[in-house]
Design a protein around this ligand. Structure first.
Ligand code: HEC
Length: 122
């Protein structure tokens, strides 16, 4: 029974304890542009701005956020973020704009990274 407290602690930790949530990443990095529409960034919470993007889907949106798109730098200019953190921030933003995307799987994140590396910067 000596090990029970340690065991319970381990079991109660989330699987990705050291990763930031989508909301945290949004509030520290993405909000700079997406909170105000700076550089014409699609505005957080706007179904009007996000409707078309939500229909395009995460296979377009996440690689764009990872690799950058026109005035948006790669990872929103915060290279310390992991690919998974960026993906969760995209999902947080897309869902606030009318989407209903689920948490990404490790396979999703790998696929989005490969797409980001392949696509040419526009
Ligand atoms: C320096 C400003 C800036 C920051 C910071 C920024 N973005 Fe953007 N973002 C933009 C702009 C501008 C666009 C519109 C790009 C375009 O279509 O020309 C955009 C577009 C997007 C899109 C839509 C991509 C598409 O396929 O049309 C997503 C998704 C996105 N940003 C996610 C994020 C996430 C996630 C973060 C934080 C990790 C972030 N952005 C931080 C400026 C920014």
């Amino acid at each position: 029974m000596r090990y029970l407290p340690a065991l319970l602690l381990t079991l109660s930790l989330p699987a990705v304890a050291d990763e930031q949530s989508g909301a945290e990443v949004y509030n520290t990095t993405c909000i700079e542009c997406h909170g105000s529409g700076k550089h014409k960034a699609p505005l957080f919470g706007s179904a009007k701005h996000w409707g078309k993007l939500v229909r395009e889907g995460l296979d377009d949106l996440v690689p764009a956020a990872l690799g950058g798109l026109r005035k948006m730098p790669a990872k929103g200019g915060n290279p310390a973020l992991t690919d998974g953190e960026v993906a969760r921030a995209v999902i947080h933003m897309a869902n606030a704009g009318g989407g209903s995307f689920a948490e990404p799987t490790p396979a999703d994140i790998e696929r989005w990274r490969a797409k980001a590396d392949k696509r040419k910067r526009k």
